[in-house]
Design a protein around this ligand. Structure first.
Ligand code: XMP
Length: 511
């Protein structure tokens, strides 16, 4: 079994992957395993440190999650975060109870005792809290490292046993020195070296793919987006002609998208591409469907059906490779106990009895890490910095039934938006920009005539990894131009609105 530097045990927090990510940013190789992994598997990884993640359960409830007790006897430094702190406290006989004042969001902490965990960091800091239980007494053998107004036991240590615990989330960006706290834990407490980088990630994944696939063949589904293209490039390097790259035109693509994808694979990447036009079947199945989750499931199922049909045409195809990211998994809630937000088409939309085994080399990393990986693999910048485009395509940007006229209207509006952003040098400053067809009619006046037509919503957001987002503060002149052009040039639209919601509480896509 491959060794790791830091092992994160996942108790179901939405932020678990961020812990690994923050450590990877410091060059520390980090892996995540489920909270209940057996002690032998943990030992086999030979970790230099263990982190117990946050999670939605309560340690005192019947549904509590516990790792094996032997984890605490390994004589390896342990850091508990949020639920992890409560678990450590509970194990060492402290009282954990529902907090009278639940803490969500920013909080101030004061360091009470010098410790290497807070080495070189200010005595007072802003941190990110997200908990409804709290520790109410000091666990046996522990000392208080920091307090907050509502958490007297906000950071704890048992130096003898090398046990550390934090009530707040150092992995979240809003904890202003959180990344340094994790770095201190890895560097000074666990003595990890900073040797991990995207190059070593690529090498590791290539080896893993070779081992797993052997002499069999892999069908790799690409959409033309960054994620699946990076997967195709990774597979091409790993197993060469054993990979069959397939692109499915589902009829839900943007203007000229199919031609662009075909051109890129043929002329830029030199990877053989099988292009399938399946628009008819997708549109037929989506007829009359308006419920977002139903759309997503239909699209997911149809994709798989087509891939399986294509796979049968080739010999020895046993695997399907996809560009699933960690964000897709967490929102589809396949990790731990997190709640389902939406079924991402390449995760929750899979039929139960899929015949091909999945290969998802990007499932533990975030979009910006995928981009770094793409550059490492030699892909060109224009492709790497394309805005994300969801697998279910324009279907989830049409509020209501997906049909040809709506798709064409949306395509025209979308091209205008992208054209305007590119010509004003705003495309690269934003995470994602797109139009949504609202299917809400309103009254307008064009020439001297009354109109009663549809509205387009423009959504442009800034984000780091898609987990959170804020609307982009586009200059009014650009917004004005976009609105004027869409209303003038797209038939059937007489009103344009700008979406000013953040994620959370909204999501980036509308469905
Ligand atoms: P939301 O709407 O969940 O989107 O805030 C977060 C990011 O994920 C993209 N997205 C998807 N990508 N399949 C994908 O490959 C999907 O089903 C899917 N749904 C949303 C979205 O465009 C944004 O970048």
């Amino acid at each position: 079994m491959k060794k790791t530097d830091i092992l994160v045990l996942d108790f179901g927090s939405q932020y678990t992957q961020l812990i690994a990510r923050r450590l990877r940013e410091q060059g520390v190789y980090t892996e995540i395993l489920p909270f209940n992994v057996c002690i032998e598997d943990i030992k086999a990884k030979e970790p230099k440190g263990i982190i117990l993640s946050g999670g939605p359960a309560s340690v005192y409830s019947n549904e509590a999650y516990f790792c094996e007790k032997a984890v605490f006897d390994l004589k390896i430094p342990i850091l508990g975060i949020c639920y992890g702190l409560q678990l450590i406290a509970f194990h060492f006989k402290a009282k954990v109870a529902p907090a009278l004042h639940k803490e969500y969001g920013k909080a101030h902490i004061k360091i009470q005792k010098d410790n290497v965990l807070f080495k070189n960091l200010p005595q007072e800091q802003i941190v990110w809290m997200s908990h409804s239980d709290r520790v109410e007494s000091l666990p046996d053998g522990f000392e208080i490292l920091a307090t907050s107004t509502n958490s007297p036991f906000c950071a704890l240590v048992n130096e003898k046993l090398q046990l550390y615990a934090l009530q707040f989330h150092p992995e979240v960006e809003h904890s202003e020195f959180g990344a340094y706290i994790l770095k201190n834990f890895a560097q000074y407490i666990c003595h990890c070296e900073s040797v991990w980088n995207m190059g070593s990630f690529a090498k590791g994944q290539i080896e893993k793919i070779r081992q797993e696939v052997g002499q069999d063949k892999v069908l790799c589904a690409v959409s033309g987006g960054v994620d699946s293209t990076v997967v195709a490039a990774l597979l091409a390097q790993a197993i060469k002609e054993q990979v069959i790259v397939v692109f499915v035109d589902n009829g839900l693509l943007r203007d000229k998208e199919r031609e662009q994808v075909e051109y890129t694979f043929k002329n830029i990447l030199n990877i053989n591409l099988i292009s399938i036009d399946a628009s008819e079947i997708f549109l037929k199945r989506l007829k009359g469907v308006i419920e977002p989750e139903k759309k997503r499931k239909i699209i997911g199922n149809t994709f798989i059906e087509i891939f399986e049909k294509e796979a049968k045409k080739h010999k020895d195809v046993k695997y399907l490779a996809q560009g699933t990211l960690y964000t897709d998994i967490i929102e589809s809630s396949v990790v731990g106990n997190s709640k389902t937000i939406k079924s991402h088409h390449n995760v929750g939309g899979l039929p139960e009895k899929m015949k091909l085994k999945l290969i998802e080399p990007l499932k533990e990393i975030f979009k910006d890490e995928v981009r770094a990986l793409g550059l490492e693999l030699g892909l060109n910048k224009e492709l790497i910095f394309r805005h994300p485009f969801p697998g279910p395509g324009l279907a989830i940007r049409i509020m209501g039934e997906v049909e040809i006229n709506a798709l064409n209207t949306l395509r025209k509006a979308d091209s205008i938006l992208i054209e305007e952003l590119k010509s004003n040098a705003w495309y690269d400053k934003t995470w994602q920009a797109f139009c949504v067809l609202l299917n809400v009619k309103s009254v307008g006046v064009m020439g001297d005539n009354r109109t009663y037509e549809n509205a387009i919503c423009v959504r442009v957001v800034n984000a780091n990894d898609g987990m959170t987002a804020v609307f982009s503060h586009l200059p009014y002149e650009i917004l004005e131009n976009i609105s004027r052009r869409i209303i003038n040039e797209v038939q059937g639209i007489n009103r344009v609105v700008y979406d000013i919601s953040s994620k959370p509480p909204a999501t980036i896509e509308w469905e």
